[in-house]
Design a protein around this ligand. Structure first.
Ligand SMILES: [Zn+2]
Length: 127
């Protein structure tokens, strides 16, 4: 069983639900939700509300911490590659790398498609 962790939503404990209630009758309190996994905020928040609360409090600080862009990011033929699968075709041309801008296709293997190693995170072809 995986480790339990707390929802990172800064206001999680303020939402009044049965599962957040803890403590004996004379000392009732609401606590932050604790789970082995979450669906929101990259597995760190229990609900869309908690995710939005986190972003409201920390979002702009996170942008400042990691750096705001000061120039546009640019898509050129060099970084416009994606891997695609054509369900209708058979054999060698079923899997291919496709360039958005030039519309060039380069065949790749099913294994390359599955492992997703032919294209870098920023869209550059490595084969
Ligand atoms: Zn929460």
């Amino acid at each position: 069983m995986s480790q339990l962790k707390y929802c990172q939503g800064p206001k999680c404990h303020t939402y009044d639900t049965k599962d957040r209630k803890k403590g004996p009758k004379d000392n009732k309190r609401n606590e932050t939700r604790r789970r082995s996994s979450f669906y929101y905020l990259n597995n760190n928040a229990c609900s869309m509300q908690c995710q939005a609360d986190w972003f409201d409090v920390y979002g702009s600080r996170a942008l400042q911490h990691f750096g705001m862009i000061t120039e546009p990011r640019v898509l050129t033929a060099d970084n416009a590659w994606v891997n695609r699968r054509d369900w209708r075709s058979e054999g060698n041309d079923r899997y291919y790398a496709y360039n958005h801008l030039t519309e060039e296709r380069r065949p790749i293997t099913e294994q390359q498609y599955d492992s997703d190693t032919t294209i870098t995170n920023d869209g550059r072809l490595t084969i």
